[in-house]
Design a protein around this ligand. Structure first.
Ligand code: MN
Length: 411
């Protein structure tokens, strides 16, 4: 059984206001080639098909066209789409009714039968070859918030509910699988021991709570196909092997390294064979220079960047004072005749060892011995930038303090 494991397409993503439709189109063009060449038995999209619940029309069209294309080039292939935390779960699910006709199974959320019992059957997908011969199973679980696992039996704690959910699902697969054909479990969640580089846990990844593999049931599957984390990785020590295929194109500048999709070949009684297939982004996310440099040096590097090269640029600046007020204009001016596009500036301060001169210690201020505002500001400035304020800035500050104090007296 050959499974093409993908996740986190994030169609409709914008990077600092730059739409990424062309890159996603290019990814789907590459994916179509992979599917055409490899003829997998199943294609998994393990959540975060879209970047946001209300995905733009163009992104939805891209998704529809992609599924049609994949079906056309490999008609016997079973496509399985599960919702991630970024997806509109019920919308995805409703469209699934139509997709069923084209060998696409969409699982947006957990549903219950008339007796109020979890409908596990809809999470179990049989994978068959072109002749209809059963090859194995995919047990597909969409993103479920930790507190959202259904109450089952006497499991009250949310961890117990999660564990019971997965275990029950795997037990139901086992009932249907007397020949012990290969089973893939798929989920969209953060596993303990993963490398979460690039995820700023403030976004909808939310207060990330990691899950240990034993939470997802014991035994009963041969490969754990994960979505949610964007760096491709096989989890060290995972048993059965658990893997994030990663996002096909980087979503943030901190997702350095390659991206792609994962081809998994599963045979009865043999450990899964895993092959990474790289997806090349025609417009990479670049941090320039590679190591933080003073603003002028960073600008120089930007000037030297090839005019015709497509890229998103994050300028990497080492601060020796505040950035010039017109720093963005300076950057944009250089990029004006280039194909590369500006995204942001990331700043860092020299590490303590690199700092020259005395380190100025800011002592806690006691109310009776409050220093003059100008002195306090200067101490803070020295501490932050390791130099004194220049005369112009000191004069501006002196005037601002004067006005503020005058206002205070008047009111
Ligand atoms: Mn994601």
């Amino acid at each position: 059984m050959k499974i093409l494991h993908t996740s986190d397409w994030h169609l409709g993503h914008t990077l600092y206001d730059h739409g990424r439709m062309a890159e996603h189109e290019d990814f789907l063009r590459q994916l179509k080639i992979v599917v055409g060449e490899q003829q997998p038995d199943a294609l998994l999209v393990c959540g975060d098909v879209f970047d946001r619940v209300a995905a733009p029309v163009a992104a939805r069209e891209l998704y529809v066209r992609a599924l049609l294309d994949m079906h056309d080039i490999c008609p016997a292939m079973q496509i399985i789409v599960t919702a991630g935390n970024h997806d509109g779960k019920s919308a995805l699910e409703t469209e699934g009714l139509i997709w069923g006709r084209l060998h696409v199974k969409v699982i947006g959320q957990v549903e219950f039968d008339d007796d109020g019992q979890v409908d596990f059957d809809r999470h179990i997908v049989e994978i068959r070859d072109a002749q209809g011969c059963l090859l194995g199973f995919v047990a597909a679980v969409p993103h479920i918030y930790e507190y959202g696992y259904p109450q089952m039996g006497d499991a009250e704690d949310r961890n117990d509910r999660q564990k019971l959910f997965f275990q029950t699902l795997l037990d139901k697969v086992a009932e249907r699988n007397p020949d012990k054909l290969p089973v893939v479990l798929s989920a969209h969640l953060a596993m303990a021991g993963g490398n979460f580089a690039g995820h700023t846990f403030s976004d909808s990844i939310g207060g990330i709570e990691t899950v240990k593999q034993e939470q997802l049931g014991t035994g009963g599957y041969d490969y754990l196909a994960l979505g949610h984390i964007h760096s491709p990785q096989t989890l060290p020590g995972s048993k059965p092997v658990a893997r994030y295929c990663g996002t096909p194109i980087a979503i943030s500048f901190d997702e350095t390294g390659h991206h792609g999709v994962t081809m998994v070949t599963l045979e009865k009684g043999v450990p899964p064979f895993i092959e990474e297939i790289e997806i090349r982004n025609p417009k990479p996310l670049l941090t320039l220079p590679g190591k933080p440099a003073l603003f002028e040096d960073a600008l120089q590097e930007l000037r030297e960047f090839p005019d015709t090269e497509s890229a998103y640029i994050r300028l990497n600046v080492l601060l020796d004072g505040p950035l010039p007020p017109n720093h963005i204009e300076q950057i944009l001016q250089i990029l004006d005749r280039k194909k590369a596009e500006y995204c942001c500036v990331v700043t860092s301060l020299p590490s303590r060892e690199e700092k020259s001169g005395e380190n100025v210690d800011v002592k806690p201020v006691d109310a009776d011995n409050m220093p003059e505002p100008g002195e306090l500001a200067d101490r803070f400035f020295q501490k932050k930038y390791n130099v004194s304020m220049d005369a112009d800035l000191a004069e501006l500050l002196r005037k601002a303090i004067e006005v503020a104090q005058k206002n205070e007296i008047e009111h």
